[in-house]
Write a protein that binds this ligand. Sequence first.
Ligand code: AMP
Length: 205
Amino acid sequence: MTTDSQSIPAFSILGPPGCGKGTQAEFIKTELGFLHVSSGDIFRGALARGDENAIAAQDIMQRGELVPDEIIKKMVHDELQTILLASKDPQGVLLDGFPRTVGQAEMMDDLLSDLKLHFVGMLNLEVPESELVDRLLKRGQGVEKRPDDNEDVIRERMRVWREKTFPLEKYYQNHNQLYSIEGMGAPEEVFSLLKPIIIEKANLS
Ligand code: AMP
């Protein structure tokens, strides 16, 4: 892992579907000058552009399952490369939705060091599951509607999260890189808990 002063700190944000990751990512971007890279947005963007790999994996996404690690890894790498080239002195990078499996976590260090980034830690938003289905169903009725926000698919996304993504908590705990915070409060309150952790762990002034 590259940790020289030239390399840019990277965090990822973890939490079940509907926990408010996207909102916190926006705060981290606007308040702390981070680049925000969401694998779900990258995938939806690729689909909208008619990218072959995305189209081939479209059914998987619409069922609420995870697209293969190699496909998402390449998409995240290419997007990161593009936005790093286009941006001037970002304070850091926030990955959102990636890694989503232990397999992706294991391939992430190589991906990041290739781009002169170093992984600092996983920001873990803790929100009780009972809250989440409701929040997602509300999103499904609103303007932010996504094709995977109907109840059956939401339940499937929760199941997949528990089975494939939740183990990342233990994985990063074992690596001393897990920073958990209570994610239930108002977005500003949650950000006020996250901000000092990011500043301290990334050595930002
Ligand atoms: P999201 O917007 O993060 O909820 O992602 C929406 C969908 O895109 C997921 O349900 C997956 O089908 C796919 N996806 C996004 N990120 C990943 C990832 N890191 N690994 C596998 N599939 C992903």
